[in-house]
Design a protein around this ligand. Structure first.
Ligand SMILES: NC(=O)c1ccc[n+]([C@@H]2O[C@H](COP(=O)([O-])OP(=O)(O)OC[C@H]3O[C@@H](n4cnc5c(N)ncnc54)[C@H](OP(=O)(O)O)[C@@H]3O)[C@@H](O)[C@H]2O)c1
Length: 264
């Protein structure tokens, strides 16, 4: 499908692997110039090489920035002055009880998960409004709805994103700019594969059995009953980046396999 994205430029935070990486690939296939990001030069170079191998003629570049360090975000903005599409994808989490989660962990997760998107939007939204076209996407999580007791800090950062995105959308009234939230459910990234493989080894069973067990016991609300592939998330992100999604603004779009429940 031609998403009418040729000639656009996108930045994706935290995109050397996982959902961000697959989104980069999907946008490159649509003719978008993509700036990927991670914390170190080596992992970025590896990802750029892989994307160039997989997508003929890919216009892909890398920008190092650790979103836990504000000065690195400022440097990134100095190096990339203008983009059409901003995908606030970077996200970190921990699995710990509320009482064991330190205030520093809360602060770090807010810095990386929420403030990265705030800082980048504060800068790039202005240019988008001036040019009367742009897309801002916040990658949230099913945890914003489920709030697992061992992930309260992560879930809170994700829920906050929804308010920021809605607020930004109100600033775009009457323009060609939109701001939306995408809510992935459990997704088969490298991290998830390692989690399944390690647990399978520990309990002397297969990753498939562990996956089944996860959806029977931990994500009981899932209708999909399996991890989504990164492609399944990236295709929805790519559509929302495109001019085809022009009537969707200030919205929350779920790609969570039904896990967050409810009708909203
Ligand atoms: N996977 C899931 O099941 C799932 C479910 C719901 C929502 N989500 C959300 O979807 C988004 C992507 O998740 P994912 O699972 O695809 O991620 P991931 O596989 O864990 O990817 C991590 C990426 O983030 C980068 N990164 C980590 N910390 C960073 C930092 N401080 N500054 C800059 N880059 C950083 C890593 O780069 P380097 O290592 O190269 O530095 C890597 O490119 C996140 O916001 C996550 O919360 C994921």
């Amino acid at each position: 499908m031609d998403l009418n994205l040729k000639g656009k430029t996108a930045f994706i935070s935290g995109s050397t692997s996982g959902i961000g990486f697959t989104t980069a690939k999907t946008l490159l296939e649509e003719g978008v110039t993509v700036y990927i990001n991670g914390r170190d030069q080596l992992s970025i170079e590896k990802a750029v090489i892989q994307l160039k191998d997989e997508v003929v003629g890919a216009k892909v570049f890398g920008l190092v920035a650790d979103f836990s360090k504000f000065e690195q975000v400022e440097n990134l903005i100095k190096r990339l002055s203008e983009i059409d599409i901003l995908i606030n994808n970077v996200g970190i989490y921990s699995s710990k009880s509320f009482f064991e989660t330190s205030i520093e962990t809360w602060q770090e997760q807010f810095q990386v998960n929420l403030m990265s998107g705030v800082a980048l939007s504060k800068y790039y939204l202005k240019g988008m409004l001036d040019r009367n076209w742009g897309r801002i996407l916040f990658i949230s999580s099913e945890c914003a709805y489920l709030v697992p007791p061992d992930m309260i800090s992560y879930s809170t950062t994700k829920a906050s994103m929804h308010a920021v995105s809605r607020g930004l959308a109100l600033l775009t009234k009457g323009t060609g700019v939109t701001s939306n939230v995408i809510v992935p459910g459990s997704t088969l990234t490298k991290g998830a594969k390692t989690f399944l493989a390690d647990k399978a080894k520990k309990y002397d069973t297969s990753p498939e059995a562990i996956e089944k067990d996860f959806f029977n016991n931990d994500r009981t609300s899932s209708l999909l009953k399996r991890f989504a592939s990164t492609d399944e998330i990236a295709t929805t992100i790519a559509y929302l980046c495109s001019p085809l999604s022009s009537a969707t603004n200030g919205s929350v779009i779920k790609v969570d396999g039904g896990s967050s429940g409810g009708i909203l």
